[in-house]
Each structure stands twice: as C-alpha cells, then as structure tokens.
Design a protein around this ligand. Sequence first.
Ligand code: COA
Length: 159
Amino acid sequence: MQAAIYPGTFDPITNGHYEMISRASRLFERVVVAIAGRPEKSPNLSLAARIELTREVTAGLDNVEVIGFSGLLTELMEKQQAHIILRGLRTASDFEYELQLANMNRAQMPELETVFLTSEAQHSYISSTLVREIAKLGGDVSKHVHPAVAQALRSHYNT
Ligand code: COA
C-alpha cells in the first residue's frame, strides 16, 4: 500500500475525475490529487479555485489530499516521496497520449510507475472542455459535475 499521485489540470473536476479518485482511495493508502497550474493551457478557473472545488468534491474521502503544483511532475513525485502516478483511460484514443506521458516520466525517473484505471462507460465521454463549453453557453452540466462545481461555473460565466 503506497501513495498515488493523480495529476491533472482539473479545469474543472468532473464526475469522471471523481470516479478515478474514489476508486483509487480504496486501492492506495494515500491519494494526492495534484493540480497543475498550467498557465500554457490558459485554464478558465484559477488554480486556487480549482484546488478549492476539488477539496470540496473530495471532502468525504479521508485519505485524499489536494495540492497545487507548478514545474515538473517528477520533481513533485520526489518531494512527495511517491512512485505511483495514477491516470485514467476513458477511450482508446487516450491511450496513445498516456503511453507517451508515462514513458517520458519513466525516462526522467526510472523508479516511477504509472497505474491506469479505466473509466466507467457512463463517464467515458466527459471532458472538462465540454463541461466548460456547455456551462458557458448556459446549458445544464449537473449530470457531469458535483453541484458545487456547477454553481462555480454558473457564477464564473454569469449564466
Ligand atoms: N474523467 C473525465 N475527464 C478526464 C478523465 C476522467 N477520468 N481523465 C482525463 N480527463 C480529461 C480532462 O478533463 C482533460 O480534459 P480537457 O483537455 O478537456 O481539459 C483531459 O482529459 C486531459 O486532462 P488531464 O488529465 O488534466 O491531463 P492534462 O493533459 O491536462 O495534464 C499533466 C497533464 C498535468 C499530468 C502533465 O501535463 C504534467 O505532468 N504536467 C507537469 C509538467 C511536466 O512534468 N511535464 C512533462 C510531462 S512528461
């Protein structure tokens, strides 16, 4: 039993991400959701807002903690003394990118292992981009995100 780091942008956290986190919390002693600042991706929600929402959504999971980070994931892994990166696979098309990411991380730090959990079918089509687009245009995202996230998106987009 070890710590697993679940990195991502979480702009915003969706039910698909939550599914990964809650399943991982039963597999690992500690799960750290590591939210990347990623200014190059121009996130819609600030890092502080993404951290706060993710903490709210995962509040019921005792062994889950949420942190923000900038810089290399491998540096964070070292700092956290963790060797397991957790990633989700929704569809076959996720696999190519994930394989590249996993191999690149391993090339930098050979002791790292990337563990993949496959999404439940009902979450396989959710992405943060689609959720943001629907929310921005005033649509209903309540099936895909926690109520606190839906509310935050409504205030963010003034819809
Ligand atoms: N359910 C729902 N959606 C999911 C999902 C799941 N289980 N898994 C992934 N997604 C979606 C995300 O919502 C996101 O959607 P979007 O592109 O529409 O916003 C997309 O899949 C991919 O996002 P995410 O999982 O957040 O990954 P990312 O590609 O944004 O983040 C990092 C990748 C942050 C892990 C990577 O860039 C990183 O490690 N950065 C730090 C710098 C570094 O070390 N770089 C070198 C890497 S080798």
